[in-house]
Design a binder for this molecule. Structure first.
Ligand SMILES: Nc1ncnc2c1ncn2[C@@H]1O[C@H](COP(=O)(O)OP(=O)(O)O)[C@@H](O)[C@H]1O
Ligand SMILES: [Mg+2]
Length: 340
């Protein structure tokens, strides 16, 4: 099902022909993004080249895909997945916005975005109806990547939202009013199922659940899935779990492959073929305000996120993902652990 028309240029249109009005920027999108002059930008370019498909590009979605990265457990890789997938999609040529919806602001930190208390943030958008465009910042070093940061104020928003009108759909409204063309919006949720997460579930059509390959991986997921059903039934009929990503996969343990099998049996096709290895590089990158794509572009962590991004982009336009052509450094139903 892979048609050359679909992989002809960076984030090419799924259907050749003029772009819709809403996406704009026809001409500039036909050519690869300019090679960045910064060392980090060059390194990132190398990561794409390391995959052997520089300039191959990926099909662009016909409409902006809003993906909610959720799992009420903490520490399963939500933030890591949000920032690294977003950077990967941007490196593949897409325009991507990360919305940081966790008061911890870890996604903002990892993207090198200032988010001290005075910075205009997603709190102002949700509580004071500030336009999203007034808080979005470009991410340094990654062309096409943007971030709406979270500040510590957001910790109070769960409670402040309760008494506001349209409290569940404030993020959705803000996104609808945002006029910049985007291919993807990735929303990094807090580790809870409160009003912040509900706002994300109302705003997005797709839920992406990162699952850590640990013993209790599936525990508690029922609650998230029930919430997804509730939101679908009452507030957002389009909502569905589109993507499951196995994270922190340690191929040396039998447990990891058992958990992976269990998740695949349970969820089937939603589970990406690519899984993310446990990698020191992935965990080091945020302390430098970087994604692993710029921190260590050739690492297995960087390559596996690039590959996961490719799989997501191809699925979005109904093109079969060909794992055989995946880069060897990426994780495809197999174990490989970076030297730790
Ligand atoms: N693939 C990975 N390999 C190694 N460490 C990882 C990986 N993914 C995430 N981590 C680390 O695990 C911790 C939790 O990840 P994080 O993305 O913050 O989870 P969440 O957002 O779900 O709370 C962080 O310290 C992060 O650096
Ligand atoms: Mg997080």
């Amino acid at each position: 099902m892979r048609s050359d028309a679909n992989i002809a240029g960076p984030m090419t249109d799924p259907v050749p022909g003029p772009r819709t009005e809403s996406m704009g920027e026809d001409v500039s999108r036909e050519t690869p993004p300019p090679m960045d002059d910064t060392p980090i930008g060059r390194a990132a370019q190398l990561a794409v080249e390391a995959l052997g498909r520089a300039g191959e590009g990926l099909p662009r979605p016909e409409q902006t895909r809003v993906m909610v990265v959720a799992n009420q457990k903490g520490g399963v890789g939500k933030t890591t997945t949000t920032v690294n997938l977003a950077a990967s999609l941007a490196l593949h040529g897409g325009r991507v916005l990360v919305i940081d919806l966790d008061p911890q602001g870890n996604a903002s930190t990892a993207l090198g975005i200032d988010h001290h208390a005075e910075v205009p943030s997603i709190y102002d958008v949700l509580i004071d109806s500030k336009p999203l465009s007034e808080v979005v910042q470009p991410v340094p070093d990654v062309e096409g990547l943007f971030c709406a940061p979270a500040t510590i104020d957001l910790a109070g928003a769960e409670i402040e939202l309760v008494s506001l009108v349209a409290r569940e759909s404030r993020l959705e409204r803000a996104i609808q009013a945002y006029e910049q063309p985007l291919d993807y919006i990735l929303i990094d949720c807090p580790p809870s199922l409160g009003l912040l997460t509900v706002n994300a579930l109302v705003a997005g059509a797709e839920v992406l659940i990162p699952i850590q390959c640990e013993y209790y991986a599936l525990e508690g997921l029922g609650q998230l899935l029930r919430n997804v059903d509730l939101v679908r039934g009452h507030l957002n009929p389009n909502l569905h779990v589109s993507t499951i990503l196995l994270t922190m996969y340690d191929g040396r343990t039998r447990l990891a492959s058992q958990v992976a099998d269990e998740v695949r049996n349970h969820f089937g096709d939603e589970v990406l073929r690519t899984s993310i290895p446990r990698s020191v590089r992935i965990s080091e990158a945020p302390s430098y305000g970087q994604t692993v794509l710029t921190y260590d572009p050739g690492s297995s962590g960087a390559l596996s996120y690039l590959e996961a991004a490719r799989e997501i982009a191809l699925r979005g336009v109904g093109v079969a993902y060909d794992a055989q052509h995946a880069h060897l450094g990426a994780q495809n139903d197999q174990s490989m652990v970076e030297g730790i």
